[in-house]
Every structure is written in C-alpha cells, then in structure tokens.
Design a protein around this ligand. Sequence first.
Ligand SMILES: NC(=O)c1ccc[n+]([C@@H]2O[C@H](COP(=O)([O-])OP(=O)(O)OC[C@H]3O[C@@H](n4cnc5c(N)ncnc54)[C@H](OP(=O)(O)O)[C@@H]3O)[C@@H](O)[C@H]2O)c1
Length: 271
Amino acid sequence: MNKFIGFVGGGQMAEALIRGVIASGLYHSDNILVSEPNDFRREHLEKTYAVHTSADNHELFRRCRIVILAVKPQTMKALLEECRERVGEQHILVTVAAGLPISFYQKTVGREGLKVIRAMPNTPALVLEGATALSRNGHVSEEELLEAEEIFLAVGEVVLLDEVHLDAVTGLSGSGPAYVFSFVEALIDAGVKSGLTRAVSEKLTLQTVSGSVKLLKESGEHPAALRGKVTSPGGTAITALHVLEKAGFHGMIMDIVESAVVRSRQLGQVE
Ligand SMILES: NC(=O)c1ccc[n+]([C@@H]2O[C@H](COP(=O)([O-])OP(=O)(O)OC[C@H]3O[C@@H](n4cnc5c(N)ncnc54)[C@H](OP(=O)(O)O)[C@@H]3O)[C@@H](O)[C@H]2O)c1
C-alpha cells in the first residue's frame, strides 16, 4: 500500500518517528517527506533514512494527507500561519508539540472542521520503545485515530486519553527520559566513586536498570513488593534506602514531574 506521511520539522522527535516507522515496515522511506529549513538536517535525514526532504512546507501539504507537526512549540504559530491556506479537509494534523492545546491549532488555522490529533511521545521512540499518549478533536474519526495510533505503536506503547491529561503525560513520560538519564548517570558516577572503572560501572548500571524494568513488567508485581525482596534485615539495600528516603527521594520525584506539568501548561498559553 502506498501510504504517504509528511513531517514538518526534521529534528530529534521527527527523526525518532521516521526511524521507527521505517524499521517497523509501516512506511517505506520513499513515501516519507520531511520539510525542514536546516540544510544539514535535510542532508542527514536523506543520507540516513533515504527519505525525501524539502525546504518548502507548502509542498508537503500538497503531497501528504497525514502531516506530523514536529517543530518547537514556540515556532508553531508562525508555521500554522504560513501554511493555513494549504490546510484542507483531507489533512489530519498530528502534533507532537509539548503544551499546545488542540484549540490553539483550530484557532490559528481558523478552518472549520480541522482535524487535529495531539500526541505526546518521548525519545525512546528512536529505539522503538517510546511511550505516547494521543488525544483527538471531534472532527477526527475513529478510523483516522487508529491510523495515527499505528504510527506511534510502531515506535512503542500508546495510550488514548482525553486532552485534559496531556500536560501530566508531558511531565511524566514526555520529559521522563531526561530524569532516567540523570539517574543512570548518577548511578554510574556512584560506582566510579566506589572504585569501579567507568566501563564496568556503566555495564552494571545499564543492566541493573533494564533488568529491573523487565522484572517489574514480567512479574507484574508492585515496585514496593519487589523492593521488599531485595532488602534483607540489617542489610546493605535497606541501609541505602534509609539515606534515599531521608533525602526525600519520593517527594523530589513528585516535585520534578509536577514542575514539568506546570511548564507544559505555561507553554500551552503561548499565543
Ligand atoms: N525531544 C523530545 O524529547 C520531545 C519529547 C516529546 C515531544 N517533543 C516535541 O517535539 C517537537 C520537536 O522537538 P525536537 O526535540 O524534535 O526539536 P528540534 O530537534 O529542535 O526539531 C525541530 C526542527 O524543526 C525545524 N523547524 C523550525 N522551524 C520550522 C518551520 N517553520 N518549518 C519546518 N521546520 C522547522 C528546526 O530547524 P532549525 O533547527 O533550523 O530551527 C528543527 O530542525 C517539539 O514541539 C517538542 O515539544 C519533543
């Protein structure tokens, strides 16, 4: 089947999705068009994924029915104003921009019946392990939503939610990889401080993190239950957990996610 898809903005998130939909076989690279102003990025995407690129957003709207909007939220208004004459009833706009509500697209494009799907993916999509939440407006049919869901299922897990929950998703899984990378980096440094070489510490840390996640998924047990199984009386793990909780670990994690949720709401107020 010759399905076409267009990406406006060829940055990190677009690249993750492009890689995923090609690797999963959902789209052939020949059927992917990316419009991107940066020469270096266009060249990179053409060379790496054999997709078509252009510096002209209008061409993309002429050729593609499904258009993934993958520019920064701060750039979105100018982009929509530039392209609004090109947006027709055939288009399905799928936006990955953090914070901006569906009403923002409707208002800026100003077209009756505009179809908008708001997605909040994350960068592990690059290795087909993304986590995405999708929300649609009333003009998007069930079939069209499934079509968009397929794109994000090709790069990981998908949940369908009412739009009211998307700022929380942005703070949790959208920004979550940054928290996890920081935690992993700290754990590696901790191993080095305790006398391990960096290479050994990295290997042990990555396997500990991915193994723990796999155990959680496969056992279906609550994290607290599994934590209980590695804390023997008077042992090393419970001693370390004491330090962790004295530092307010749980509260700190809740605070950082909450701050990202607040920031997502602020970005959504961009006019
Ligand atoms: N990265 C993440 O972890 C993540 C997670 C969830 C959601 N998102 C969302 O994904 C979107 C893209 O983020 P990103 O990290 O991929 O950003 P990025 O790497 O900066 O990519 C955006 C790309 O769009 C290009 N661009 C700027 N103006 C344009 C225009 N008018 N027409 C076409 N292309 C244009 C930029 O080119 P120049 O560099 O030349 O300006 C850049 O290459 C954002 O809205 C973000 O909120 C990102």
